[in-house]
Ligand binder design. Structure first.
Ligand code: 5GP
Ligand code: ZN
Length: 131
């Protein structure tokens, strides 16, 4: 059983901020910023690529509601909603979850992109074909 399933089952303690019959939200044990929260479905899905559409919607609606509350509660100026999907993208716990990271100007969070020059038409066509 994965670590988040153990938290959902109450086998491992957590700081719960929200719970309904399908979704749980807990503080991340490693706080990137004050109030960093994880929102997860109670049913186990490995990640975004395999999660059921209805459960995904339920989870994201809770994330939206919580983003507003967390922003207010932590007097933040913005928020990142982040999902890491698969190891290559930084996923370390293979139970779908969304990070809510409240942000302030000049905080020490670094989300950086390096720019690459690709043929946009080529990649666009590949994506459209895969839909
Ligand atoms: P990922 O890297 O998979 O997107 O994020 C996993 C997150 O789960 C990490 O930010 C990590 O700090 C958090 N985490 C790992 N184990 C536990 C735990 O036992 N309890 C809580 N609350 N968070 C955890
Ligand atoms: Zn799980």
């Amino acid at each position: 059983m994965c670590i988040f399933c153990k938290i959902i089952n109450g086998e491992i303690p957590s700081s719960k901020v929200y719970e309904d019959d399908k979704v749980l939200a807990i503080l991340d044990i490693s706080q990137a910023t004050y109030g960093h929260t994880l929102v997860l479905p109670k049913k186990h899905y490995d990640n975004l690529l395999t999660i059921d559409d209805d459960i995904y919607q339920d989870t994201m609606l809770v994330a939206k509601k919580l983003a507003k509350a967390i922003n207010q509660a932590t007097s933040s100026e913005g928020v990142n909603i982040l999902n890491n999907c698969n190891e290559a993208a930084g996923q370390t716990v293979m139970h779908f979850h969304v990070h809510i990271i409240p942000r302030k100007k000049n905080d020490d969070v670094k989300i950086e992109f390096t720019e690459h020059k690709y043929d946009l038409n080529e990649v666009k066509e590949k994506i459209i074909k895969a839909l």
